[in-house]
Each structure stands twice: as structure tokens, then as C-alpha cells.
Design a protein around this ligand. Structure first.
Ligand SMILES: C[S@@+](CC[C@H](N)C(=O)[O-])C[C@H]1O[C@@H](n2cnc3c(N)ncnc32)[C@H](O)[C@@H]1O
Length: 213
């Protein structure tokens, strides 16, 4: 059973997401940019942005000339993404879909990007299911963010949990655990965006299909 309630899909959360701190937003978009720079542009023409949230990655990808498909469980997120794309005169649209059970063919996209979702899931069965679905629809690459297990913030949250018992909402995972989850779906590590895992919780990795078509 997926842990939906932990990842907010309501209108208020979607609206708040449009107001992220500019520095944080720019830092994150720089990471996304570095990840996509690793990929051969000739091989990556179609990209799935899941979940798209309020559309910042979808817009960035569309501006790069990529044919992007955007999905999110939240209707408000989908509406905001559509408005953003439409305002910028892009033909791409977002639709409401559950990332754990997407209505796409196997290998439908050259690549998929899943930014700021995995760390919301604590159960390894949810993590496995999410990664399996991303791998299923991606013929070549999956770009995925995760939270470093040994960042200052992760260590502080673990300490707080030990002291106060208060639940930690962000679930870190090590790169080697992530590699294992992808290996189970015939993907291997292609590269990582270099950021200190000690200083920064958010990390970004790129996986490639072992037998690319
Ligand atoms: C933290 S936001 C990240 C959005 C986007 N990737 C970004 O970085 O701007 C997480 C998003 O996941 C969506 N979400 C949560 N569970 C989902 C599911 N099962 N299927 C699709 N989207 C989901 C939420 O609606 C929310 O918009």
C-alpha cells in the first residue's frame, strides 16, 4: 500500500510550491541541468517529468526543446503546470496520473525524471514500486533525486527523532541502496551530480538501462 498521504497533493501545497525560495529553486534547477548535460542529447528527445509538481522542470525541459510529458497526482499541480506551459506557448500538457501505476507503454520515454519524491517514502516496498514504474516507462535513462543518509540535516533529524520521538518526514537512502533498487530493474548507475553529501541532503543520480535499444 503506497503511502500517499505523506506526499501532499492538495491545492494549498501546490500553491505554496510556486513560492519556493529563489535561491533554493535555482540551486535545484542547476542540479537538474547538470544531470541532463550528462545525457547524450541525440538519445534524449522524449522525457517524462513525474511528478511534475507545479511544472518548473517541465517548463525547463520544454525550453530545451525536449518533448516533455508531465504527470502529477494533484489536480491543482496539473492545472498550474498546464497554465505555466500554456503561458509560455508550449504545446505540451500535464495530466493527472498516479506515478505508481502510470498509463504509459513500457519504454515509452527516452528518459524520465523524478525530482523530490523518493525521500517521502519510508517503506522499501514503496521505494521499490516507484523505481520499478519509472524504469518500466523509460527506455534509456532515469534521473532521480534522493536524500543523502549522512548529510548534516539527515543526522540532525535522526538525532531529533531519537530525543523527541517525532517522526522524520524525509527518508534518506544511500547511493548503494539506490543502485540495488535500480539493478533489480536492469538499470545501472550512469553518473551523479556532484554535491557534498555531508552538506546537502538533496542528491541527484542518473541511471541507464543495461541493454539500451
Ligand atoms: C515535492 S513535489 C515535487 C514536484 C516537482 N518534481 C518539483 O521538483 O518541482 C511532490 C509532488 O508529488 C506529487 N505526488 C505525490 N504522490 C504522487 C503520486 N502517487 N503520483 C503522482 N504524483 C504524486 C504531489 O502532488 C507533488 O506535486
Amino acid at each position: 500500500m503506497q503511502n500517499y498521504e505523506r506526499v501532499k497533493s492538495d491545492p494549498v501545497s501546490a500553491q505554496l510550491y510556486t513560492q519556493r525560495k529563489p535561491r533554493k529553486h535555482q540551486f535545484e534547477m542547476q542540479m537538474v541541468s547538470e544531470a541532463f548535460q550528462m545525457l547524450p542529447a541525440t538519445e534524449v528527445k522524449t522525457v517524462l517529468d513525474a511528478p511534475c509538481g507545479v511544472g518548473r522542470l517541465s517548463l525547463w525541459l520544454a525550453q530545451k526543446g525536449v518533448n516533455v510529458t508531465a504527470v502529477d497526482l494533484g489536480e491543482s499541480a496539473v492545472q498550474l503546470t498546464n497554465a505555466l506551459l500554456r503561458d509560455q506557448k508550449f504545446k505540451e500538457t500535464a495530466e493527472s496520473q498516479d506515478i505508481f501505476n502510470m498509463r504509459f507503454e513500457d519504454g515509452e520515454f527516452d528518459a524520465s525524471v523524478c525530482f523530490r519524491l523518493l525521500h517521502h517514502f519510508q517503506d522499501s516496498s514503496d521505494q521499490q514500486a516507484l523505481i520499478a514504474e519509472l524504469c518500466r516507462v523509460s527506455s534509456q535513462y532515469v534521473v532521480i533525486s534522493y536524500f543523502s543518509s549522512y548529510s548534516v540535516t539527515s543526522l540532525r533529524r535522526r538525532l531529533r527523532k531519537a530525543v523527541t520521538g517525532r517522526e522524520v518526514k524525509q527518508n534518506p537512502i544511500s547511493l548503494s541502496q539506490l543502485k540495488d533498487l535500480f539493478a533489480a530493474n536492469e538499470f545501472r548507475l550512469f553518473g551523479t551530480v556532484k554535491r557534498s553529501g555531508f552538506l546537502h541532503s538533496l542528491q541527484l543520480a542518473v541511471f541507464e538501462r543495461r541493454s539500451k535499444t
